[in-house]
Design a protein around this ligand. Structure first.
Ligand code: PRP
Length: 176
């Protein structure tokens, strides 16, 4: 089937919203030094823009988890492929994700990181697809709530492709 990309959220709209999130998060974390925990790989583009929109000093670290493999359907299995470098004890931790879909990944991650005794733990996601939820999950900060489209670009992929696109696009003709 032929592939087609339709822009869902353009780069300028994303950039404006990331700047707003940056202001909100900077206000909430005034006087603190949060640790941003990026979830590889999808969140890389969002994290790199978000951290530059913050006015509080931050540290960054990354985790890699696997829930999907190379399929677009969630298996419900979350596996840690790469863990954090340092302890979270006493830190103000902000998990940075690109998308909450079924909620399985972040539900697992939030519980896992909470058990490491951070001072505080919050989640920021660029995108939220509430229609696909399998477990209850609400992010503390969210960029955009979107319908159940298969989206790529701005860090999100299909079989590792399209992550570099500056716009968030709907991929048609190759999904599932
Ligand atoms: C995506 C996304 C989240 C997860 C969300 O990652 O980055 O981690 O799926 O889905 P869920 O709410 O259904 O658990 P993916 O496994 O596609 O890996 P990637 O970030 O490396 O592309």
């Amino acid at each position: 089937m032929e592939r087609k990309l339709d822009v869902l959220i353009d780069a300028r709209t994303i950039s404006n919203r990331v700047a707003e999130l940056g202001r909100e998060i900077s206000r909430d974390y005034q006087g603190r030094h949060p640790l941003l925990v990026g979830v590889l790989k999808g969140a890389v583009v969002f994290l790199s823009d978000l951290m530059r929109s913050l006015t509080v000093p931050v540290e960054i670290d990354f985790m890699a988890v696997s829930s999907y493999g190379y399929s677009t359907t969630s298996s419900g299995v979350v596996r840690i492929l790469k863990d954090l470098e340092k302890s979270l004890e006493g830190k103000d931790v902000l998990i940075v994700e690109d998308i909450v879909d079924t909620g399985l990944t972040l539900n697992y991650l939030r519980e896992n990181l909470a058990s490491r005794k951070p001072n505080s733990l919050k989640v920021v996601t660029l995108l939220d697809k509430p229609e696909r939820r399998r477990v209850e999950f609400t992010a503390d900060y969210c960029g955009f709530v979107i319908p159940d489209y298969f989206v790529v670009g701005y860090g999100l992929d299909y079989n590792e492709k399209y992550r570099h696109l500056p716009d968030l696009c709907i991929l048609k003709g190759e999904e599932e």
